[in-house]
Write a protein that binds this ligand. Structure first.
Ligand SMILES: Nc1nc2c(ncn2[C@@H]2O[C@H](COP(=O)(O)OP(=O)(O)O)[C@@H](O)[C@H]2O)c(=O)[nH]1
Ligand SMILES: [Mg+2]
Length: 651
C-alpha cells in the first residue's frame, strides 16, 4: 500500500536519482570532448555527492507514552503489516533511536552502552568507533524477528543513585524530575545510550532518517540531542496526547526543543495524538468533532500557536487502518493530514533548497566551460588569420614566422615563473585559513569555554561565557573572510594581467560566501543558550555535564568549520583549474601552429587544407556549445518525475 508521504518521498528520491543520472551523462560528454578539467570535475562530483547523500531527518520529540513510536509505525512502517518500533504500554523506547540506511553496513541494530556517558567523547565521536557498539543482526525478511530485536531499545538497568548521577539521570537540585527509587535504593536507567537501526526499507534507502526520542528525562540526560541533533533535523514533530492534555513535562519539552526564533527552514509540526480516546459511541460525530476542536484550540492556546498548526490524529487507528486496509478508519484517524503537512513542509522545502544549489552550481559550470570553448574558438580564428597571411609567401617568410612562434612560446614560458610566485602566496594564505578554522584553535577555544562554565557561581554568566566564545568564533570567520578577500584580489589582479599580456580570458570566480556557515554557528549558540536558559542551567554545577555539553558543541562547530574549509578549498581549486586549463589550451595552440607551419613548409598545398580543417573545427565547436547549453538546461530545469509506485519489498 502506498501512502501519500511514502509517495512524496518516492518522488523526491526519483527526482534526485534522475538528476544524478543526468550529471553522469554531462560528465561523460565533457570527458569525451576534453572539456573536463580538475575544477569542473571537482564541481560535478560535489554536486553529485550533494544530490546523492541528501538526508532528510524527521525527529519525533515528546514526553514518553505520547505515541511517538506508534506514529512512526503508522507513518512509515505500515507496509510490514505489524508494529516494528515497540509501542505498547510498559515497552516504551528508553534511548534515542535513529533509523536510516547505510549500504556499507549489513542490516543491524547497533547499541551504544549507557556507560559511555562516563567518558568524555561526544555522541558524534562514538559513531566513529563501531567496536564500542553492541551489534544485533536484523533479519529484514522476518518482521517478527525485526520487531523483537528492536525491543532492545526498551531495555533498562538498575543502578545506585550515585551511578545514576554520574550517568546524568539524577540531579539533587531538581528532585521532582528524578526517577523513582525502589525498595533496595536502586533506580532504573536506560541500558543503552543511543541506538542506530540500519535497514534497507525503501524510504530509508532514499535518505530518510528517523529519530525517535525517549521522554523528557532521557532527553535531558543527553544534551547533545537538544543542542545538536534535534535542531539539525529537517522536521521536528512534537506530540501530545488527547488523553493527557498538555502536561508540565510536555511544556518543558516544547520550550526546550520546539520554540525557537531561529527562523530556520525546518518544519515543526504539533500533533495531538490519540484522538480515538475521545471517540465515544454515545456521542454524535458532531459532538466528538466539537470536543476535538475544543482540545485543539486549548492546546494551541497553551503553546502559543495558531489552532491550525495543531494536527489531531490517532496513530494507533491509523496504523490499524493501514494494515487492515480500512479506508473509513484511515480517514477517521486523520493521519493523511499529518502526511500532507509533512510532505509540504519538509520535502518541498528540501527540494527547493537542493534545486537552488544545483542551479547555481550548474550555471557556474556552464560559464566556466563556455569560456574554454570560447578560447578554443578564438585561437582557431587567430590561426586562420595567421595562415592566410602566409598565402603566396616564400620559404624565408615562412621560416621567419616559425621563428616568431617559437619566440612567443619562450616568452610565454618565462611568464610562467611569475605565476609560480602568485601561487605560492595563494597557498600560504590558504594554509592560514586552514589554521584559523583548524582543530587546534577550536580545541583551545572549547577548553576556555569549559573553564568559564565550570566556575563557581556562574549562573548569571552563562550567556556571557557563550557570548565571548562565540564572538571569537565569529571573529575567526571574519579573519577567514578577509583572507579569502585578499586571495580573491590577488587572483583577480593576476588574471587581469594575464588577460592583457597573453590574451587570456580568465574571469575571477565569485569569492566564497561564508555567511551560511556563520548562520549555522549562530544557530548553535542559540540552541545552547535556549537549552541552558530554560531549566538546565543548574546542571552546570556538575563538571561532567559542562564537559559533555561543550564536547557536543565542539563536534558541531567542527562540522561547520570543515564545511566552510571545503568551500574555500573548492573555490581556490576552481580558480587554479581555470588557469591551468587556459595554460594548457595555449600550449596546445602553440604546438598546433608550429605543426601547421611545418606542414606548409613541406608541401605547398598544405595551406588551404589546413584552413579548411580549421573551419571544420570551428563548426564542431559551435555544435559543442549548443550541446553544452542543451545538457545544462536539462539540469537546471529537471522536470518533476512521474509518481513512482514504491515497492515495499524488504530487500
Ligand atoms: N488510544 C491510543 N493509544 C495510542 C495511540 N498511539 C499510541 N498509543 C498508545 O500509547 C502508548 C505509548 O505509545 P508509544 O508509541 O510507545 O509512545 P512513545 O513513548 O511516545 O514512543 C502505547 O500503549 C500505545 O499503544 C493512539 O493513537 N491512540
Ligand atoms: Mg517510543
Amino acid at each position: 500500500m502506498v501512502t501519500p508521504i511514502n509517495q512524496q518521498l518516492g518522488e523526491y528520491s526519483a527526482w534526485r536519482r534522475e538528476f544524478v543520472l543526468r550529471l553522469k551523462l554531462l560528465s561523460a560528454w565533457m570527458k569525451e570532448h576534453a572539456l573536463m578539467d580538475a575544477g569542473v570535475e571537482a564541481r560535478l562530483l560535489r554536486l553529485e555527492d550533494q544530490m546523492r547523500s541528501d538526508k532528510v531527518m524527521v525527529a519525533f520529540v515528546a514526553e514518553f507514552s505520547r505515541g511517538k513510536s506508534e506514529l512512526i509505525n503508522a507513518l512509515f512502517f505500515s507496509g510490514y503489516g505489524r508494529r516494528i518500533m515497540p509501542a505498547s504500554a510498559g515497552r516504551t523506547t528508553m534511548c534515542p533511536t535513529e533509523m536510516g540506511y547505510d549500504a556499507d553496513v549489513p542490516p543491524c541494530l547497533r547499541l551504544l552502552p549507557i556507560e559511555t556517558r562516563l567518558q568524555p567523547q561526544a555522541l558524534m565521536e562514538w559513531r566513529m568507533v563501531p567496536e564500542q557498539w553492541s551489534r544485533v543482526d536484523l533479519d529484514v525478511n522476518n518482521p517478527q524477528q525485526l520487531a523483537s530485536a528492536l525491543e532492545m531499545v526498551s531495555q533498562t538497568r538498575k543502578v545506585t543513585q550515585d551511578e545514576a548521577r554520574a550517568l546524568g539521570f539524577w540531579h539533587s537540585q531538581a528532585p521532582e524530575d528524578n526517577p523513582l527509587v525502589d525498595a533496595q535504593g536502586l533506580v532504573e536507567v536506560p541500558r543503552w545510550r543511543h541506538a542506530l537501526i540500519n535497514i534497507a526499507h525503501p524510504l530509508l534507502k532514499q535518505g530518510l532518517v528517523i529519530l525517535d526520542t525517549p521522554g523528557l528525562n532521557a532527553i535531558g540526560a543527553e544534551p547533545e540531542l537538544t543542542v545538536s541533533l534535534i535542531p539539525q533535523a529537517q522536521a521536528v514533530i512534537f506530540i501530545l496526547g488527547a488523553d493527557t492534555g498538555v502536561t508540565k513535562s510536555d511544556l518543558a519539552i516544547w520550550r526546550e526543543h520546539l520554540i525557537s526564533e531561529s527562523g530556520g527552514t525546518e518544519a515543526r509540526l504539533v500533533v495531538l495524538n490519540k484522538i480515538d480516546t475521545l471517540w465515544d459511541e454515545l456521542s454524535t460525530p458532531e459532538q466528538i468533532g466539537a470536543q476535538i476542536d475544543r482540545q485543539i484550540s486549548s492546546t494551541a492556546e497553551i503553546l502559543g500557536i495558531a489552532a491550525d498548526q495543531v494536527i489531531a490524529v490517532s496513530a494507533q487507528k491509523g496504523l490499524v487502518a493501514k494494515v487492515t486496509q480500512d479506508d473509513a478508519l484511515l480517514r477517521r484517524s486523520c493521519l493523511g493530514q499529518l502526511e500532507d503537512a509533512l510532505g509540504d513542509g519538509m520535502l518541498l522545502e528540501r527540494q527547493r533548497i537542493l534545486r537552488l544549489a544545483m542551479k547555481r552550481g550548474i550555471s557556474e559550470l556552464r560559464t566556466e566551460t563556455g569560456r574554454v570553448i570560447n578560447i578554443r574558438k578564438r585561437d582557431l580564428t587567430e590561426q586562420v588569420m595567421e595562415l592566410q597571411g602566409l598565402r603566396g609567401k616564400n620559404a624565408s617568410v615562412i621560416r621567419h614566422m616559425r621563428g616568431r612562434i617559437a619566440q612567443e612560446q619562450v616568452d610565454f614560458d618565462l611568464g610562467g615563473a611569475k605565476l609560480h610566485a602568485v601561487r605560492s602566496v595563494h597557498l600560504k594564505l590558504l594554509k592560514e585559513v586552514f589554521g584559523i578554522l583548524g582543530s587546534k584553535v577550536l580545541k583551545a577555544e572549547m577548553q576556555q569555554l569549559t573553564e568559564a562554565l565550570t566556575q563557581k557561581g556562574l549562573k548569571l554568566g552563562v550567556k556571557k561565557a557563550y557570548g565571548e566564545t562565540f564572538a571569537r568564533l565569529r571573529a575567526n570567520f571574519a579573519k577567514v573572510q578577509s583572507l579569502t578577500a585578499e586571495m580573491h584580489m590577488m587572483l583577480s589582479t593576476m588574471f587581469k594581467q594575464l588577460n592583457t599580456e597573453y590574451g587570456f580570458s580568465l574571469q575571477s570566480i565569485t569569492e566564497p560566501d561564508l555567511n551560511f556557515y556563520l548562520t549555522d554557528i549562530e544557530l548553535a549558540q542559540r540552541n545552547h543558550l535556549q537549552y541552558l536558559g530554560i531549566s538546565n542551567v543548574f546542571k552546570l554545577a556538575q563538571p561532567e555535564f559542562a564537559d559533555r555539553l561543550v564536547r557536543a558543541l565542539s563536534s558541531r562547530v567542527r562540522t561547520i568549520h570543515d564545511a566552510a574549509l571545503g568551500e574555500v578549498e573548492f573555490w581556490s581549486k576552481s580558480a587554479a583549474a581555470q588557469l591551468d586549463a587556459q595554460l594548457r589550451e595555449r600550449r596546445r595552440t602553440f604546438s598546433r601552429r608550429m605543426e601547421a607551419i611545418d606542414r606548409i613548409q613541406q608541401a605547398a598545398g598544405g595551406l588551404d587544407e589546413r584552413i579548411a580543417e580549421i573551419t571544420r573545427q570551428e563548426a564542431a565547436l559551435e555544435q559543442l556549445e549548443a550541446k553544452l547549453t542543451e545538457l545544462t538546461s536539462h539540469l537546471i530545469e529537471v522536470p518533476k518525475p512521474a509518481p513512482m509506485v514504491l515497492d515495499l519489498e524488504l530487500v
